[in-house]
Design a protein around this ligand. Structure first.
Ligand code: NDP
Length: 303
């Protein structure tokens, strides 16, 4: 139930009644934290056996997704992908419901799902989980969830959303939680790729991965300055002021990186695409771009 004067769900923050659809690894972790915090939780999962664990911890198990949605106004979804959300909610009356969708999807999928929910009379909040299941309910692990969409809904259920992990609202555009999520994961992917390349380089040498590990960590930490630097340059449009590692030098240096990979018998497939971008940026106008840092690669990526 929603109190129409305050917009809050029935019960105190410590006793919210909510429904969770999806008891995979992530859904099960979420359920555990809400139950441990004393919330009244109704769960549903396509494969009923997975409801046994939350049931033993106090959850009510609904026999169908429709029954689970009918049980509470606040309905959290944590399913595999957007298609599974469509299939789980197909034909269910969502009028007056508050949907919080923690299922990973693209920004466009989130916007379409928000419009779909609103057409059916529901408020919609999209979430992008920046945590693994083992980080859920462990504040010191630093996990959190990006939220976007209905700010009123976010404020209404913020306290209960903050039980499993921190909550960061990133705007009214429902696609922005997914976009923040994927931007961070994409940067992480690039970092993982670079680390993989580094370990491949030493694979046949008398250098133990565990000896390279602390050096890699320290170096990546020191290079973290690029995050803020690039943001400032993209904002100001000034790619040259204060540059101490210029693009012309870096392009020559990248040749050393590629030749070293060759010497070590290592594929350049992870690093070559980035080197190509830097070369293209320089080649487009060596006089203008030679004194820049590497931020100009961003401009070449935009199609
Ligand atoms: P799991 O693979 O463990 O669970 C998937 C869940 O989706 C199960 O409950 C499954 O039901 C359900 N499901 C799949 N297809 C359908 C369908 N067609 N109709 C109804 N239900 C369906 O995944 P996780 O729990 O790990 O992940 C859930 C969401 O959380 C994903 O979007 C994922 O990207 C996101 N996430 C996960 C993280 C992680 O580290 N695990 C980290 C951050 C985000 P059934 O049991 O019947 O198969």
């Amino acid at each position: 139930m929603t109190d129409t004067t305050t917009g809050t769900h029935t019960g105190t923050a410590a006793q919210t009644s909510l429904t969770l659809l999806g008891l995979g690894d992530m859904g099960t972790a979420l359920a555990r934290t809400w139950l441990a915090a004393g919330h009244s939780l109704t769960v549903w999962n396509r494969t009923p056996a997975k409801a046994a664990a939350p049931a033993s911890e106090g959850a009510s198990v609904a026999p169908s997704a429709a029954a689970a949605v009918a049980a509470n106004d606040l309905v959290v979804l944590c399913l595999l992908d957007d298609a599974s959300v469509g299939s789980a909610l197909d034909g269910i009356d969502l009028a007056g419901k508050d949907l919080v969708n923690l299922t990973t999807g693209t920004p466009a999928e989130a916007r379409a799902r928000a419009a779909w929910a609103e057409e059916r009379g529901a408020r919609y909040l999209d979430g992008g989980i920046m945590a693994t299941p083992t980080m859920i309910g462990v504040p010191e692990a630093g996990g959190y969830v990006f939220y976007s969409g209905s700010h009123a809904l976010f404020e209404t259920c913020r306290a209960v959303l903050e039980v499993p992990a921190g909550a960061r609202f990133v705007g009214g555009n429902p696609g922005h939680a997914a976009l923040h999520d994927v931007a961070l994961l994409s940067a992480m992917w690039g970092m993982f790729a670079g680390i993989s390349h580094a370990y491949a380089l030493i694979a046949d040498e008398d250098i133990a991965p565990k000896d390279l590990a602390p050096l890699l960590s320290e170096w990546l930490g020191a290079m973290n300055f690029f995050v803020g630097n690039a943001a400032e340059r993209l904002t100001s449009g000034d790619f040259t002021s204060g540059v101490v590692s210029n693009l012309a030098m870096q392009v020559v240096g990248s040749g050393t990186m590629l030749r070293t990979a060759d010497e070590q018998g290592v594929s350049t497939e992870l690093v070559a695409p980035y080197v190509d971008l830097l070369r293209r940026r320089l080649a487009a106008d060596p006089a203008a771009h030679g004194g820049e840092d590497t931020t100009g690669a961003v401009l070449l990526l935009k199609r």
